[in-house]
Ligand binder design. Structure first.
Ligand code: PLP
Length: 417
């Protein structure tokens, strides 16, 4: 290790520590400026104007959601209203519920509830979304990591693994994946739609959370997975999810579950025991505010204008400080909420630890892997959306110092006899 270099970086680190910073880039939350874009949402509905398509949003009924909300999502996802079940404020809750129902009752083609299987395994493209993995982990399933590259999951591996009847499903974030920001290629999407799993009730959870969330450039058209699955003779293979959490207000918007009509019927029958209807007032309010896809895409451009400078600030700092040293690589996504950074093996946990000491909270290293364990200890998720721009700039500087220090420490330990 070059002693002088280590001493200089260590001094930089101590200087950051001395500043008593309180920065947080742990979660992909919209910033206050983005929330401001939905100010009109709270006045988008009048008590005397709550009837649409003959349905009174103020009253019970319409388990699968307001007809206008089902039409809205059908247009957004390029599917049909009959295939859209519009629920409450969180798509993650709907995903949990789907898995819970597979567990307690079984899916359309299940021979028995998943809880009665000896072992249930679930495929987890990595790095991926920690909350997905936690859902399947919480039911005691065995999580199997599958490498996810720029085109999507390694399909040779997926096709091999689904030959095992204990493998019951796969998590997918097909557009601007969390955390890499990758878009699955048409070839990968086609192979997923054409899967021939041994389990008759194999489940593709297609979480299209970032379906209209471009940061740069125009809206990227995306294939309709439901149609593709039907064309490949797999109409009931997939459940797609999305929500307005990062279009209007997180957790206070409307979420959708899209699936074949047979699947929607099966799920509706099960849900009938659970509820009479969701918050249709909020569904109507969201539709009145967002209007249609064209209007939503305009709003998303304004979100992008707020997000882009934050991403640019972080990427610029990485370019200036880290690229010349060649000690890490990172993604430069065109949409979504995250940047993935890969350190030298063995340096991620230490980098995040040093960040914390310097007053910058990052997502825990390893969080993007099943059971929170990154076998290489190299991945760090960067979420630049929430802090004010000046704080993102400072956070990027702190992060680069900590990454350099962690790498120098590791190089030092490698050189020890
Ligand atoms: C991939 C993905 N799915 C789902 C969610 C949460 O969605 P919701 O707010 O609709 O529950 C997130 C939030 O970060 C996410 O990244």
């Amino acid at each position: 290790m070059k002693e002088f270099e280590y001493n200089a970086v260590k001094a930089e680190f101590e200087a950051w520590k001395g500043q008593g910073l309180k920065l947080n880039m742990a979660r992909g939350k919209p910033s206050l400026e983005q929330l401001e874009l939905s100010r009109g949402l709270l006045t988008a509905l009048d008590f005397d104007d709550c009837v649409a398509d003959g349905v009174d949003a103020r009253n019970y009924g319409e388990l699968a959601g307001m007809p206008c909300a089902r039409r809205y999502w059908a247009e957004m996802l390029d599917t049909t209203p009959e295939q859209c079940f519009v629920g409450g404020g969180s798509s993650l809750t709907m995903m949990y519920d789907l898995v819970a129902k597979a567990w307690s009752n079984g899916l359309l083609h299940s021979k028995r509830p998943w809880s009665q299987e000896k072992t249930v395994k679930f495929l987890c493209p990595v790095p991926g979304y920690d909350r997905h993995f936690r859902i399947t982990e919480s039911f005691g399933m065995e999580l199997i990591p599958v490498k996810c590259g720029g085109d999507g999951p390694d399909m040779d591996e997926v096709e091999r693994l689904v030959k095992d009847p204990q493998v019951k499903g796969i998590w997918c974030v097909p557009k601007y994946s969390n955390p890499d920001g990758f878009i699955y290629s048409d070839e990968v999407i086609g192979r997923i739609a054409a899967l021939r799993p041994a389990a008759p009730d194999f489940l593709v959870i297609w979480d299209n959370a970032y379906c209209v969330h471009e940061i740069r450039g125009d809206y990227a058209l995306f294939p309709d997975i439901l149609k593709l699955c039907a064309e490949k003779g797999n109409p009931d293979l997939v459940f797609e999810f999305a929500s307005t959490s990062k279009i209007t207000l997180p957790g206070a918007g409307m979420a959708v579950m899209a699936a074949s009509e047979a699947n929607i019927k099966h799920m509706s029958r099960l849900m009938d025991a659970q509820m009479i209807s969701c918050d249709k007032l909020n569904q109507l309010r969201q539709v009145r505010f967002l209007k249609d896809k064209a209007h939503t895409l305009e709003l998303m451009k304004r979100h992008a204008d707020v997000l882009r400078p934050r991403f640019d600030a972080f990427l610029r700092e990485l370019d200036e400080e880290i690229r010349p040293l060649d000690i890490a690589r990172w993604t430069e996504p065109r949409g979504g909420y995250f940047i993935s950074l890969y350190t030298a093996p063995g340096c991620a946990r230490r980098t995040v630890e040093l960040c914390k000491e310097a007053g910058l909270v990052m997502t825990g290293a390893g969080a993007a892997y099943p059971y929170g364990k990154d076998p290489e200890d190299s991945h760090i998720r960067i979420a630049p959306s929430f802090p004010a721009l000046a704080d993102v700039e400072k956070a990027a500087q702190v992060f680069c110092t900590c990454l350099k220090l962690a790498t120098l420490e590791w190089q030092g330990s490698e050189c020890e006899p």
